[in-house]
Design a protein around this ligand. Structure first.
Ligand code: FNR
Length: 238
């Protein structure tokens, strides 16, 4: 059993102890094995920029006043100081067409998004819910991102992924989030199921500028981000 895996599982058993610092060693194949950064008990880096946890967050809505994009903007503000949360939207991604792919390959805009995912430590999806499922715009983008299939391991395999969502309805995108599970499993991601964020009645949660006015949701979002960042630490990409 790999020592690194065992030590991470032991780490996961302990409650965070403020002030406790851990040393993360470089993994196999990465060089000398000397300590490269220290982490607090929440799995947060204690060092400089190169040690930041990088989350790429994709909003599944194109709407300027989207609650899901607003949720990600709020997440950007609430992320721990050593976590960067970069927001991507799906504007400009064409409808998937196998003929276009055969003729012209994967569009540049899709390749650019693939590169941003690859550069991240974790992928956060903010999904709206349409007709009790994943909106076509979002599924279409993921379908493009999964082309060519030979690239799937580079983009998705083992990548820590989490899903959140906001809706003016009463169930906070629960069915869309559940629908994502099959997709994420197919792509070989590591889905974080340690927390759930279902923002219902979103029209009462954000103000006109898209800022969260509901303290409970703000706290839920912060807790979610902390748990997800810890999951990323415990499940780094090989
Ligand atoms: C919706 N909406 C919606 N909401 C929900 O909770 N469950 C649902 O099944 C649906 N279905 C649905 C279908 C279609 C076609 C539309 C346009 C809308 C409402 C949806 O949650 C609302 O429009 C959100 O504001 C969409 O998310 P953004 O754009 O605010 O991020």
């Amino acid at each position: 059993m790999p020592t690194k895996w065992v030590s991470r599982q032991i780490f996961a058993l302990f409650q965070p102890v403020p002030g406790l610092h851990l040393q993360r060693m470089k993994g196999p194949g990465s060089g000398s094995g000397e300590p490269v950064q220290s982490y607090d008990a929440f799995g947060r880096s204690q060092a400089g920029d190169k040690n930041m946890t990088k989350i790429l967050a994709i909003s599944g809505s194109l709407r300027a006043k989207s609650y899901n994009t607003a949720l990600l903007r709020a997440a950007q503000m609430l992320a721990a100081p050593d976590t960067t949360l970069d927001i991507a939207t799906l504007h400009g991604i064409p409808l998937y067409d196998g003929d276009v792919e055969e003729r012209e390959g994967v569009p540049q805009i899709v390749n650019d998004l693939k590169a941003r995912i690859r550069a991240s430590d974790g992928l956060l999806l903010a999904t709206p819910e349409y007709n009790n499922g994943i909106p076509g715009v979002f599924k279409n983008a993921i379908d493009w991102l999964s082309r060519p299939p030979a690239d799937i391991p580079k983009i998705f395999a083992n990548r820590p992924v989490a899903v959140i969502g906001a809706s003016p309805g009463g169930f906070g995108t629960i069915l869309a989030q559940t629908s994502w599970l099959a997709v994420l499993q197919t792509l070989g991601t590591r889905h974080w199921s340690g927390g759930r964020l279902l923002v219902s009645r979103a029209n009462h949660v954000f103000d006109e500028n898209g800022s969260i006015t509901d303290e409970t949701v703000r706290k839920q979002l912060q807790d979610f981000l902390r748990g997800y960042a810890q999951f990323i630490y415990l499940n780094p990409l090989p």
